[in-house]
Design a protein around this ligand. Sequence first.
Ligand code: FES
Ligand code: FES
Length: 192
Amino acid sequence: MALPTSSVITLHINGEKFTLPVDHRTTLLDALRERLDLTGTKKGCDQGQCGACTVLVDGRRTVACLQFAVAAEGREVTTIEGVADGERLHPVQQAFLDLDGYQCGYCTPGQICSAIGALQEHAAGWPSAATDDLRPESGPPPLTAEEIRERMSGNLCRCAAYASIVDAVAQAAGTRAIQPAGTQADSEEQAA
Ligand code: FES
Ligand code: FES
């Protein structure tokens, strides 16, 4: 007997329930964009390399192009359409606006969802590859520009708006990025 190749699933997205039939090979990204018209989440590479499709699944950063829609059933999915509080932008969205953290804006939904996840990870004390002091009792490491760059390194920006993105993430975290040694001149040059 042939195994079924499609199922009816219920996705929880931005506080709403959506029930839809999907081929089992449908990615969460395609379900969002092609089936549910939630086109804020972008498709860049479609192979987990660029981060344009980043959403939050149960609060964790996830590249939606590498997750099957069926695997997201019963989990809380947050897309860029769901991060604001009504008319009030999420602090990360506001910081991207304030500091021009984008140019064409194509990568921006993924950058913002990723930044929200990254700040939560940092607040929880998770180290990154840039963290020097890994002792648990040290708590969250200083959120330096280097830390932000490392934590956001899965999100590519073809416009290279990286300097402003780092500043925006730092602003959203309620702190100014502490420039690692040797980058002060770069920072001043960018600000000029
Ligand atoms: S579209 Fe998913 S990582 Fe590039
Ligand atoms: S702002 Fe254009 S790709 Fe990032």
